[in-house]
Design a protein around this ligand. Structure first.
Ligand code: SDX
Length: 429
């Protein structure tokens, strides 16, 4: 009997089964042999929200939730945030290695030359109400983009996959900025290819009547660090959605649109916007104790706290918090930062949070920095979607290259009415 195995006894039949353990997991399909008789379907695993289910192998991102570790292709996120540009990390996450100078120059050229979107997309955007939420506009625009590139449906054509990858990485900032400009009633600003990937986004967001937009280098680097910290995070809700849609061999545009839709939820990427609204609602440091009481009573959630995987401080939150202090030396502290710092301090000393291992996550401080950078609150989740598109694409490419993967189709436990005959309308009570 192999040591790397479980021996399971089915007490209904007295039979025992040996289930191999590989990389700390058993194959749930190995449970299906456990039956009471030949008619029996066999035992399944039951795991709502996949809390304890590995759905794939991956080489992209490693997280150790207990130790607060996050690495992309083996590189600690702290080192990437401190030393790399966003496009360098995007290249690493997508292709597995940091680019050399020649590869980086080609990659940057490829991205810069795909930043424009088809002019029809502008008229598409004009169909939205003036006050439409930018995230709703972005999700729709990404899906609409699939109609401009029908060849993207050839998901096993390597050339098409590379071209769509470049297009999506390049066009997300443009579509995001257009969504913002539309919601503000401002004219659209076209890409300026003299600027960096991040600088060009700031240009498309904030350029008004000046001839040439010059991004503030501190703001540009702050945003770049935030985007590096948001680039991928293994099998989170939106990535699982990306893989689910990708598993049906749908094109990457509709898959990214679906992933962005999942990200928009307040428990996921929508949390950063909710954090700012929560801090504004609390209003002052004096109101924090009363708010925490409502959280502990289950009446409120402390947005930006807690994580399915991190049962320690989210390493991204730590980096962002440290960076917030540096940035606010320059831009000046905001009342929101004071409330956030005091709220974190008090919460971490409350038994309710310690018992549940609830610590600040990436969203707790990111919104405060976005606000200091002049990004409007309703754009915060859009700011999350732009860098995360790289992660979604990397995970999608990995899925398509995995010979084990099939269309995602979980099972269920049926506990509805098993059988009954149709009743004519006239005989129904
Ligand atoms: C992201 O998965 C990822 O990697 C996501 C992400 C990424 O990069 O992709 O890291 C980005 O989504 C970060 C999370 C942003 N969301 C929020 O900040 C929203 C607030 N957080 C929670 O809603 C919650 O913590 C989740 C959704 C993040 C995690 O939820 P879980 O793992 O399902 O935990 P749970 O809801 O089962 O909570 C366990 C307990 C419960 O209490 P009891 O029922 O045991 O009494 O902790 C409580 C919860 O009520 N709890 C909270 C809380 N989070 C959990 N109580 C108050 N405030 C909170 N924020």
């Amino acid at each position: 009997m192999s040591q790397e195995s479980l021996t399971v006894t089915d007490n209904r039949t007295g039979k025992t089964y040996e289930l191999p353990i590989t990389d700390g997991t058993i194959r749930t399909m190995d449970l299906r042999q456990i039956k009471v008789d030949d008619q029996d379907f066999g035992v399944m695993g039951y795991d709502t929200a996949f809390k304890n289910t590995a759905a794939t192998r991956s080489k992209i991102t490693f997280i150790d939730g207990a130790k607060g570790i996050l690495r992309h292709r083996g590189y600690p996120v702290e080192q990437l945030a401190a030393n790399a540009s966003f496009l360098e990390v995007a290249y690493l996450v997508l292709f597995g290695e940091l680019p050399n100078a020649e590869q980086y120059a080609q990659w940057e050229h490829d991205i810069v030359h795909h930043t424009l979107v088809h002019e029809n997309l502008r008229t598409f955007l004009d169909g939205f109400r003036y006050d439409a939420h930018p995230m709703g506009i972005l999700i729709s625009s990404i899906a609409a983009l699939s109609t401009f590139y029908p060849e993207a449906k050839n998901v096993f054509d390597p050339e098409s996959v590379e071209l769509q990858t470049r297009r999506l990485v390049a066009k997300m900032p443009t579509m995001a900025a257009f969504a913002y400009r539309h919601s503000m009633g401002f004219p659209y600003v076209y890409p300026d290819n003299d600027l960096s990937y991040v600088g060009n986004f700031l240009n498309m967001m904030f350029k008004m009547t000046e001839l040439k937009y010059k991004p503030n280098p501190i703001v540009e680097r702050a945003l770049e660090i935030l985007w590096i910290l948001h680039i991928d995070h293994e099998q989170n809700c939106s990535t699982t959605t990306m893989r689910g849609i990708g598993s049906s061999q749908a094109d990457p545009y509709v898959a990214v649109a679906g992933a962005a839709a999942a990200l928009s939820g307040p428990l996921h990427g929508g949390a950063n916007e909710r954090v700012l609204r929560m801090l504004a609602h609390i209003g002052s440091v004096e109101n924090i104790p009363a708010y925490l009481k409502r959280v502990e009573a289950g009446e409120e959630r402390l947005m930006g706290f807690g994580h399915r995987v991190y049962k320690n401080y989210d390493p991204r939150a730590r980096i962002i918090k440290d960076f917030a202090h540096q940035l606010f030396e320059v831009t000046g502290r905001t009342p929101m930062l004071n409330i956030a710092l005091e709220l974190e301090e008090r919460a971490l000393n409350e038994d309710y949070f310690a018992k549940r291992k609830l610590y600040p996550n990436v969203d707790f401080y990111s919104g405060i920095i976005y606000q200091a950078l002049g990004i409007p609150t309703n754009m915060f989740t859009v700011m999350f979607a732009i860098p995360r598109t790289v992660g979604w694409l990397a995970q999608w490419r990995e899925l398509l290259g995995d010979p084990e993967q099939k269309i995602a189709r979980p099972r269920q436990i049926y506990d509805g009415i098993m059988l009954r005959d149709f009743v004519p309308m006239t005989e129904r009570s």
